[in-house]
Design a protein around this ligand. Structure first.
Ligand code: NJP
Length: 264
């Protein structure tokens, strides 16, 4: 196992479950100190206790709702005062609601943008001055294949993830000479609690169950890329091939893929 992460300081938002918690475990296994943020303090406490029992690392937890930019500012200020040096920020907190555009209400739309987009940008904004000054660091944004191909019933969610990719691509170029790496992670469906909210009726989960990714696998791919200049992680690979074809022949792809896109 590489010791690239040993004694490094890694912040993960949305660390109370799903791929966030899995990334935390893998980072601790590799000797990284952790800052774990989410709304569910009880789950963070459980994870912290487990990590402290198994690994000799520092694990700092804090309640954070990333839709609240004042809270982001306060929590990150506390984290920066405590850790000083920040090596990796994983912007992982996010959620989706699968609904057709005509059914989406404004509160829900704002909610998704506040967490998936504005919150992600605000967290990034808190570490950028530090990383630029350090002339080192890595910002990893968990986007989605939905940020590359929008499908029916995910207009708002897809729009948030398209925004994340736009932001990430610009940021990578802005930081080109600063030795700060920027990576976008674009997974397909992953077996997590994400679908408890996204897919209330379970239709999508039933339709795509055969190619659902395991959270442990996605987390491993992300942690393996930490502190390396990886542009994007696209999983599974065949879905990424689809998005490349889509970019080249969008009209044709939408026509041919009509059935495949209507899984929600
Ligand atoms: O989902 P889940 P994943 N403030 O629900 C937290 C993307 N993705 O691990 O606050 C702060 O198990 C929540 O914690 P809590 C997806 O868009 C997924 O699959 O305590 N944290 C929990 O720890 C997201 O960006 C799939 O409720 C907030 C975590 O986020 C990322 O992967 C496919 C929060 C969500 O854990 C992780 O999702 C894809 C808030 N306001 C992209 N709201 C997929 N699962 O299929 C939520 O392409 N969290």
């Amino acid at each position: 196992m590489s010791d690239r992460l040993k004694n490094k300081n890694v912040i993960i938002t949305g660390a109370s479950g799903g791929i966030g918690a899995q990334m935390a475990i893998l980072c601790a296994e590799r000797g990284a100190n952790l800052v774990l943020l989410a709304r569910s303090l009880d789950k963070l406490q459980e994870l912290q206790a487990d990590l402290l029992r198994r690994f000799s690392v520092d694990v700092f937890i804090h309640k954070l709702d990333v839709s609240d930019t004042d809270e982001i500012s306060a929590v990150f200020s506390e984290v920066l005062a405590r850790f000083g040096h920040i090596d990796v920020l994983v912007n992982n907190a996010g959620f989706g609601v699968f609904r057709e555009a005509h059914e989406a209400n404004v509160e829900e739309i704002k909610g998704m943008f506040d967490v998936n987009v504005v919150g992600l940008m605000a967290c990034t904004g808190m570490v950028l001055p530090v990383m630029r000054k350090q002339r080192s660091g890595h910002i990893i944004n968990i986007a989605s294949q939905a940020g590359k191909i929008a499908t029916p019933k995910s207009s708002v969610y897809s729009a948030t993830k398209h925004a994340v990719l736009g932001y990430t691509n610009s940021l990578r170029m802005e930081l080109g000479d600063s030795n700060v790496f920027v990576t976008a992670v674009n997974p397909g469906p992953i077996e997590t609690n994400f679908f408890n909210i996204a897919d209330e009726k379970g239709t999508y989960v039933k339709n795509v169950s055969k190619f659902m990714l395991k959270p442990e696998y996605v987390a491993l791919k992300v942690v393996n890329a930490m502190l390396r200049p990886v542009r994007e992680i696209n999983l599974p690979r065949w879905m990424n091939a689809g998005s490349i074809v889509y970019t080249l022949f969008p009209g044709l792809f939408e026509k041919i893929g009509k059935r495949a896109f209507n899984q929600k």
